[in-house]
Design a protein around this ligand. Structure first.
Ligand code: NHR
Ligand code: GAR
Length: 214
């Protein structure tokens, strides 16, 4: 068996709590990747303290300090590239990224989104799922492309909607599953099992007919 010289290097982008970041940190040794740095657009994001606690480098690129999205994204790219990561993970990152930025990281940037894509792209997914009366909800990990929450979906996790669910209760159950889903997908990157080719997900050198289920 051959072993890679270096584990997959990951930079995680956050805006808030960072529970998905924590799940990534906690699973990293076991799953063959390293969280090299954590970057937040919000100075107060609780996830920054989680990273510091784990001895991981942190950076803040505060979007309110920039006059437009292009200059913010340029500063963000500079902060990321200082770590030369193999993979960029959006984990509760709340800023829409410009086409130029997305193109720079094509095929090596993923997002965890709290819905069964292509359902409920955008924000407030749990409330919208309840309003729509769906019986099943969940989360997806997808490649980030210029189409917001529209990039090819790598994997999903499904959660049954229960009669007693409100927004918060459903969100909490989905989030628990995100914490399993996201480290699993990053492990597949570390094992070189994933690629995006011609706008499709390839897994083990085969185009995926549908998202993997976790
Ligand atoms: N950027 C691109 N180009 N493509 C994607 O698929 C992206 C992306 C940036 C973020 C995450 C996404 C989610 O999982 C994501 C995917 C923020 C918004 C949003 O409306 C929408 C989707 C996502 C993240 N943001 C507002 C904005 O004006 C700000 C909202 C806020 O600050 O609270 O950027 O849901
Ligand atoms: C997660 O549910 C994530 O899927 C979602 O925000 C939460 C972040 O939680 N992402 C988005 O809504 C992106 N627009 P966390 O900070 O505890 O990981």
């Amino acid at each position: 068996m051959t072993v890679d010289a270096a584990p997959l290097s990951v930079v995680v982008l956050i805006s808030g709590t960072g529970s998905n970041l924590q799940a990534l940190i906690d699973a990293s040794a076991r799953r063959g990747y390293v969280v090299h740095a954590v970057i937040s657009n919000r100075p107060q994001a609780a996830g920054l303290a989680r990273a510091a606690e784990a001895g991981i480098a942190t950076r803040v690129v505060d979007h309110t300090a920039f006059s437009d999205r292009d200059t913010f994204d340029a500063a963000l790219a500079e902060a990321i590239d200082a770590y030369a990561p193999d993979l960029v993970v959006l984990a509760g990152f709340m800023r829409i990224l410009t086409a130029g930025f997305v193109t720079r990281y094509a095929g090596r940037m993923i997002n965890v989104h709290p819905s069964l894509l292509p359902q409920f792209q955008g924000l407030n997914t749990h409330r919208r799922a309840l309003e729509a009366g769906v019986s099943e909800h969940g989360a997806s990990v997808h490649y980030v492309t210029t189409e917001l929450d529209g990039g090819p979906v790598i994997a999903q996790t499904r959660v049954a909607v229960e009669p007693a669910d409100d927004d918060a209760r459903l969100a909490a159950r989905v989030l628990e599953r995100e914490h399993i889903l996201l480290p699993q997908v990053v492990e597949w990157f570390a094992e070189h099992r994933l690629a995006m080719r011609e706008g499709q997900v390839w897994f083990d050198n085969t185009p995926l007919p549908q998202p993997l289920q976790c």
